[in-house]
Design a binder for this molecule. Structure first.
Ligand SMILES: [Cu+2]
Length: 362
């Protein structure tokens, strides 16, 4: 059902700017088990005389699912590799679970059943100065979606290839008293395909619906802000990033803008650290439509059934090797699942998310 229009990008940007304030508030709730002066750290420039923020600890990088979370010292390089998996299973309309027969009852001939997305993300960072770090990320994406037709036949479609390459400038504008903040000025390039095809029972080499396309097909602005703090064995951070799609792609549409806001807290334990993170994402419907897709066939082909919002809870483990041949290498894993999901459905519901990664600065 199209019950609601999602918020416009202006509201998204306002939310983005409020994200760090929102974390500050939720952090106050954590003070019950926080033995360190976390609360005192929240006002920028507060003169509590803490040590400067440092990346040289296991929790000196954010949970591995967060991108563009830190800047580097002038002249420093970093390479990273991440493998991410997102699995969707079953259907939802609004916040309610629905069954496959509910999709057929709405007049669709086909319903999606489940979907897996895997991504290999290769990243590079270079700090041209202590305030400016440049970053690039190159994703390789692989997706598969299982379907059921009204007649009872199951089939799977697949797509894979180079995704949208991202470049970014990270501008550190605050660094004092164990706290840092930087602006994320990112740009996504339309290097990923928006013309993925596969065979379906209805048609050979059919255009795949929107969620199975690898790229956005548009240049996308990724403005954001990141805040980091450390005190004793604890660290925390928050990041808000919008994704604003510019223009229209070669298939006559552009994806709905999206906002991601996340906040985390981490505890250092020697060369290891553990983290807990919440991530809020919301995204709009597609503007325009791909003329090759029939929106009455399957909900994934309907430009007005793509919007949604989701809150994920994730736990992470980081290891920053300090000795031996692996000295300086970081290994990290993060795993999570939605705790809230509201979809302009019928849409596939997210079951879990996982990221495994390696990072090395030199
Ligand atoms: Cu880095």
């Amino acid at each position: 059902m199209r019950q609601r229009s999602h918020r416009p990008p202006v509201a998204a940007l306002a939310l983005l700017l409020l994200a760090p304030a929102g974390l500050a508030q939720s952090s106050a709730d954590l003070r019950g088990f926080e033995p360190l002066p976390l609360g005192a750290a929240w006002s920028f420039g507060a003169a509590h005389g803490g040590d400067p923020w440092t990346a040289a600890r296991a929790d000196g990088h954010a949970p591995i699912g967060v991108m563009g979370d830190h800047t580097h010292a002038a002249g420093e390089w970093m390479v990273s590799v991440r493998v991410m998996q997102m699995s969707m299973d079953g259907l939802r309309d609004g916040t309610k679970r629905i069954g496959k027969n509910d999709v057929f009852a709405e007049g669709f001939m086909v319903t999606p059943l489940e979907m897996d997305m895997r991504m290999l993300m290769v990243g590079g960072m270079y700090a041209v100065s202590d305030t400016w770090t440049l970053a690039a990320m190159v994703p390789f994406v692989e997706m598969e979606m299982d379907h059921l037709t009204m007649g009872g036949a199951e089939f799977t479609t697949e797509s894979s290839g180079l995704g949208d390459v991202q470049v970014a400038g990270l501008w550190k504008f605050h660094d004092a008293n164990g706290q840092r903040a930087h602006a994320n000025l990112g740009l996504s390039l339309p290097t990923g395909s928006v013309d993925e095809r596969d065979d379906t029972p209805a048609m050979q080499d059919a255009k795949l619906p929107y969620p199975m396309q690898i790229g956005t097909g548009t240049f996308d602005l990724l403005p954001g802000v990141t805040y980091l703090g450390q005190s004793g064995a604890w660290s925390w951070g928050a990041q808000g990033i919008a994704r604003l799609h510019l223009g229209e792609n070669s298939e006559d549409y552009r994806r709905g803008n999206r906002l991601d806001a996340t906040g985390w807290i981490a505890r250092r334990l020697g060369d290891f650290s553990t983290s807990f993170r919440l991530r809020w994402g919301q995204w709009g419907n597609i503007v325009g439509s791909d003329p090759d897709l029939n929106p009455n066939m399957v909900p994934t082909a309907d430009p007005d059934r793509q919007a949604g919002s989701r809150l994920d809870a994730l736990v992470g483990l980081n290891w920053y090797a300090q000795g031996g041949v692996l000295a300086g290498n970081r290994f990290a894993i993060e795993f999570g699942a939605p705790v809230y999901e509201d979809l302009d459905g019928p849409q596939l519901s997210t079951a879990f998310l996982a990221t495994v990664g390696w990072q090395l600065a030199f």
